[in-house]
Design a protein around this ligand. Structure first.
Ligand code: ADP
Ligand code: MG
Length: 573
């Protein structure tokens, strides 16, 4: 339909009641692009209408290498989305009216770069998806204001944001080149058997608890000599920084010396960051998993016997279930789930760990006999995890020396500067022999978590007054980056610190709903379901997030590990 028809339709529904807006649903040809009105809100206070814009990629005239592979496309899409959000943001609420009238809502990208439904580059098209509050006075359509948005604001935003010759080409080149350098660094990590890399000059601390922007005036990162490696990046050329080898790495130091800040930077190093973030060249094994204690979480049929045995209530810890886990059982379950999900690097911070899960000192060991203590602490298992399962650990420990015995690498943070103290500590260790350690033999946890779903039934009276039971359609309500409601169940993801954006939570919610409706059958294991979901994403990409015939804005593809974590936290009968 030509856009002139849209103008006519707008004219004809002015001053009508709000639902008349529904008639606008459809696709309209504008000069250079197609505008699609995918879904129209029911009233001015409801969540805003879904719109998308498609334009032929060749008209945008990007250099061929910017669209050559998945990484380039994701990076370019992210850049363009940021430009569009900036260009169009100026016009939000410039059109006036009641409720959400005039709102123009484009995904806000943070410091990380990942695939989002808000902007997608497919074979030949660039697709942008966003929301607009269709304007009204009270509940009466004000289509003149919508006309301004669709025929003035949007075309300007499109012109400014999506055409190569209109963009800041150097800024875009830096953005694209950085992604290639980050990719190259990841490959180097893999090849050289390292768990993480922190470039010299990196700025790790953030501006504040609520801002992920780099702290101004921070002490830049400076690698200790023995851990310093030099790598050659395709664009930036030779750089140096600290390579954290596989194995067990301990980060120690006094309080406030920057230990947690380093670990926080490492945990987000699984993602690419934007230029100027400060952590652009902080790269961590992409399967790295931050683990913390999580009192009160749900656990079902999980084999935590690696860490917990002989509970006084004789509960079988090879199939442990609880609705309300303690600090130590929650952390044990988290580790077991991390093993199942295929993580190769565990990140732990004493600040957020259950102390009795992490260590037990030798004095306590003498006082409380082995068979009276159900917990085999993490310190007694970390070595075996590496040697038998190939999982490295990077651990922040401020208060217990017990970890020194098992560490391969010891980094002391001293006034925000890392110092390699491995040799010094190894010499001291001769004077402090390790306490002997009675514990059950190491064996990999067994997997026997069957996925079931709570059957939600709604009964209502039919025409003849009979009671009819029918499965309720699962509704999703996301709770920011902290989790979501699926039907009546709350899935709490607040302990998943590596979730970088609420759009990842939205995507996880959709995936879990899909699993409930299509995959969970009372026979498949949790891992089966997780792998099938992952396959769906691999196969369909962003078009997985199709709903009612169109793909919605507001979803970002999560990592497999966070998806897995969500399945584990889904309270099933
Ligand atoms: P720790 O875990 O060792 O107790 P934190 O990592 O929490 O210490 O850091 C303590 C404070 O120091 C934080 O407020 C943090 O923002 C700040 N900080 C961390 N690293 C740097 C740095 N490189 N430059 C300046 N301030 C920093
Ligand atoms: Mg700390």
């Amino acid at each position: 339909i030509p856009s002139s028809k849209l103008r006519e339709s707008l004219g004809s529904i002015d001053h009508k009641s709000y639902p008349a807006y529904k008639s606008l649903k459809g696709e309209y040809r504008f000069p250079g692009y197609i505008l699609s009105i995918d879904h129209v809100q029911g009233d001015p206070f409801a969540s805003p209408s879904h719109l998308s814009i498609r334009l032929p990629l060749k008209d945008c005239a990007f250099p061929a290498e910017y669209v050559q592979d998945a990484l380039a496309r994701t990076t370019l899409a992210d850049f363009l989305l940021r430009q569009f959000a900036e260009a169009i943001g100026r016009y939000s609420f410039r059109a006036k009216g009641s409720g959400k009238s005039g709102l123009i809502m484009v995904s806000r990208c943070g410091q990380e770069v990942f695939p989002r439904t808000a902007c997608e580059i497919t074979g030949e098209e660039l697709i942008v998806r966003f929301y607009v509050g269709f304007p009204a006075n009270g509940r009466t359509i004000n289509s003149g204001e919508l006309e301004t948005i669709l025929f003035d604001f949007l075309p300007k935003g499109v012109q400014e944001a999506f055409f190569y010759n209109r963009l800041d080409q150097k800024k875009l080149r830096d953005f694209m080149n950085l992604a290639e350098d980050q990719q190259a660094l990841r490959k180097i990590l893999e090849k050289s058997g390292m768990a993480a890399f922190v470039a010299d000059g990196a700025v790790l601390p953030r501006e504040s608890g609520i801002s992920q922007k780099p702290m101004k005036g921070a002490v830049p990162f400076h690698s200790p000599e023995r851990l310093r490696i030099r790598v050659d990046l395709p664009h930036r050329g030779p750089i140096s920084g600290m390579g954290i080898p596989r194995g067990i790495t301990l980060i120690v130091g006094g309080g406030y010396h920057g230990k947690s800040t380093l670990l926080d930077a490492l945990q987000m190093g699984v993602y690419n960051h934007i230029p100027g973030d400060g952590r652009e060249l902080v790269i961590t094994d992409s399967s790295a998993l931050k683990l913390r204690s999580e009192d009160g979480r749900f656990i079902k049929d999980t084999d935590i016997s690696l860490f917990i045995n002989n509970l006084p209530n004789k509960k079988d810890t090879r199939r442990f279930s609880t609705l309300d886990a303690s600090g130590s059982t929650s952390q044990a379950a988290g580790i077991v789930e991390g093993i199942e999900a295929g993580s190769r690097v565990f990140l732990l911070d004493e600040d957020t760990s259950a102390t009795n899960f992490m260590v037990r000192d030798s004095f306590m060991q003498r006082v409380i006999a082995g068979e009276k203590e159900p917990i085999t602490p993490f310190v007694s298992r970390a070595r075996e995890l590496f040697e038998s399962a190939g999982i490295s650990t990077i651990l922040v420990a401020g208060s217990s020396g017990a970890f020194f015995h098992i560490a391969d690498t010891i980094i002391q943070m001293d006034n925000y500067v890392p110092v390699d103290i491995t040799e010094r500590v190894k010499n001291l260790l001769k004077e402090y022999p390790a306490a002997e350690d009675e514990k059950p033999a190491f064996c990999m946890p067994a997997q026997h978590q069957i996925m079931t779903r709570p059957e939600v039934r709604k009964s209502h009276k039919d025409y003849y007054g009979r009671t009819v039971d029918q499965p309720e359609r699962l509704k999703i309500k996301t709770l920011g980056r902290n989790g979501f409601l699926l039907g009546h169940d709350e899935i709490d993801l607040s302990a998943q610190e590596q979730i970088a954006d609420p759009e990842q939570v939205e995507a996880i919610a959709r995936l879990l709903k899909y699993a409930c409706e299509n995959l969970i059958d009372g026979r498949r294991t949790l891992k089966d379901v997780a792998l099938l979901l992952e396959q769906e994403i691999q196969k369909k990409g962003l078009s997985f997030f199709r709903e009612g015939g169109y793909v919605t804005a507001g979803c970002a593809i999560p990592r497999y590990l966070e998806l897995y974590a969500a399945l584990c936290r889904f309270r099933r009968p």
